[in-house]
Design a binder for this molecule. Structure first.
Ligand SMILES: C[S@@+](CC[C@H](N)C(=O)[O-])C[C@H]1O[C@@H](n2cnc3c(N)ncnc32)[C@H](O)[C@@H]1O
Length: 281
């Protein structure tokens, strides 16, 4: 059993276990589906939030044909700095030091290290759920950090900036991912290491589900996510299922006109969706 209260995302062993995710079939499906919704353009600046081993940063670089001005790859785990460095060497042509930049930061504290309206696009893979906060009086976990982070995504995007992210469905069935990954695990090089890391990911998955039930992490219904995004000034919301149906991919655009008083001035409420907004695929 792994310790519940510890945040294992800060632990390099956890970071390394998830680097192998890229080998797993459900993850490849997720990467393909996320990539299909990305449209990085020449000279643009993108943020890859909770970048892990940098699969989505790599995707941005390739899809822009190496013409992005800058990718900021941010994660709380120090080990991911090494992964991003390795990635730089693997990409062809390799991005320069100021074209792919790693930042170690905890997004539960917001994104104050990033300037307002500085990004054309943000991508985030299976990470945003992990913004955590507690009520200072009761000590109970709450969704303040999660809501603040959504507001921060809106703040750092330019008007009409694009947001594409994946996030686990409520009560994700990590066994579905485990079994589908296992099949491939038997056919790749380093199969032993891959199987071990798939097993480790499964253990972290149990921890994530337990903590989500306590309200620490946020595996929310898609309607809830879409309404929170609207609250902080996103529009043109679309979503689809991927990752062996264990994650949503959501695409949204920051409104061209800022909300009066800024995104945080609107109270979070469960808004009704407009017709046609949540179209499952
Ligand atoms: C499931 S992994 C996904 C990694 C990567 N986005 C991908 O698609 O391969 C979740 C990532 O979120 C990062 N993460 C979790 N909590 C975080 C936090 N509070 N601040 C910053 N990053 C965090 C983890 O370190 C991890 O790299």
């Amino acid at each position: 059993m792994i310790a519940a209260e510890t945040n294992h995302w800060f632990d390099d062993r956890c970071a390394r276990a998830f680097w192998d995710q890229r080998q797993a079939l459900p993850y490849r499906e997720l990467l393909r589906d996320t990539a299909a919704w990305l449209d990085p353009g020449p000279g643009e600046t993108w943020l890859d939030l909770g970048c892990g081993g940098g699969q989505l940063s790599a995707q941005l670089w390739k899809q822009s044909e190496a013409r992005l001005a800058r990718i900021v790859a941010a994660d709380c785990a120090a080990a991911n700095a090494d992964a991003i460095e390795k990635l730089r060497g693997k990409l062809d042509p390799p991005p320069g030091r100021d074209q792919l930049v790693f930042r170690q930061a905890d997004f539960s504290d917001g994104l104050s290290y990033l300037a307002t309206a500085s990004f054309d696009g943000i991508v985030s893979g299976l990470a945003l759920s992990y913004a955590e906060s507690r009520d200072p009086v009761t000590g109970q976990y709450n969704d303040t950090a999660f809501n603040t982070l959504l507001g921060e995504l809106s703040r750092v995007l330019k008007p009409e900036g694009r947001l594409v992210f994946s996030i686990n469905v409520p009560e994700p069935n990590f066994w579905a991912i485990f079994w589908r990954s296992l099949r491939r695990g038997l056919h790749v090089a380093h199969a032993g290491r891959l199987l071990l890391n798939i097993w480790r990911m499964q253990r972290y998955g149990r921890w994530l589900k337990r903590e989500a039930r306590k309200g620490r992490f946020h595996f929310l219904p898609v309607e809830d996510l879409l309404s929170r995004l609207k609250t902080v000034g996103f529009e043109k919301l679309e979503w689809r299922l991927s990752y062996a149906k264990q994650a949503y991919i959501i695409r949204a655009r920051k409104a061209s006109v800022p909300l009066p008083g800024g995104p945080h001035m609107r109270k979070f409420s469960r808004w009704k969706l407009d017709a046609g907004e949540s179209v499952p695929r």
